[in-house]
Design a protein around this ligand. Structure first.
Ligand SMILES: [Mg+2]
Length: 260
């Protein structure tokens, strides 16, 4: 592991790391402030694919967390960048109309060049799933905003985007391109926005399959917190081992500050 005193930016997960069950976690807001005060850039990297950065930032500020939309990356913004780099794109969007409005080149009829799958709770039915399959079968690229199996809510766990992606992959016998975590490109873009190399970044999150696996692949120091999905994953052994494990994000400044 690289020495921690080389850390110039922290790429921080949101759900399960800064807040859980609709409440900010104890010490999370102070941890962000302490990092910034010590000159470490903080960027927020989420796999939330159901809201825009602006909506998410408003919600977090409501929970007392100092998070600005311009420091926040979501898979929706990452997918929009991928599509924008593809001339002549024609996109079939499996997501709510409000979210699809954030993607360029969404069209209503085939032929399609890309099938982008995100939070589709509001729109998913057999006809849409079948249209996605037929488009991919005809050569469109399957793009997953993220491939989480389930997400947590105060009332329990719910089916996530990854299960829908897996249905199309299975039927069409393809592997989706993932634009959210654990994609190295996603971490790379956040590092660029902080003005530092990935090698000077620390990735912190609760999910060993996205935050830690992606952070390791990106060459950053990884820190897993024992909040959010940690308990589920330590039971099943899912994901990768982090360089450091902390009880919560509140312990991060003590790990870094004073060394920087
Ligand atoms: Mg998380």
């Amino acid at each position: 592991m690289r020495a921690l005193d080389g850390t110039r930016a922290v790429l921080m997960d949101l759900e399960g790391t800064l807040y859980a069950a609709g409440q900010s976690l104890p010490g999370a807001a102070d941890a962000i402030t302490a990092l910034r005060t010590s000159g470490i850039a903080v960027r927020f990297l989420t796999n939330i694919d159901s809201r825009t950065p602006h909506e998410i930032a408003l919600e977090l500020v409501g929970l007392g967390l100092p998070v600005q939309a311009e420091h926040l990356s979501t898979p929706v913004t990452a997918a929009a960048e991928v599509i924008a780099r593809s001339p002549g794109a024609r996109v079939l969007a499996l997501m709510s109309p409000a979210l699809a409005a954030n993607l360029p080149s969404v069209v209503a009829e085939p032929p399609y060049t890309h099938v982008v799958v995100g939070d589709c709770r509001e729109v998913l039915d057999y006809a849409l799933l079948d249209a996605a399959f037929r488009a991919v079968r005809s050569g469109a690229e399957l793009v997953a905003l993220q491939r989480g199996k389930y997400f947590k809510r105060p009332d329990g766990d719910h089916v996530d985007t990854g299960a829908i992606v897996a249905a199309v992959e299975y039927a069409a016998d393809v592997t989706a391109r993932v634009v959210g975590k654990p994609s190295v490109e996603y971490f790379q873009a956040a590092a660029v926005s902080a003005g530092v190399d990935l090698a000077a970044c620390l990735v912190i999150g609760d999910d060993a399959t996205t935050d830690i696996a992606g952070g390791r692949a990106a060459g950053a120091v990884t820190v897993q917190v024992r909040t959010g999905k940690f308990a589920d994953q330590s039971r099943t052994g899912a994901g990768e081992q982090a360089d450091v494990t902390l009880d919560s994000v509140a312990d991060l400044p003590a790990l870094l500050v004073g060394r920087s």
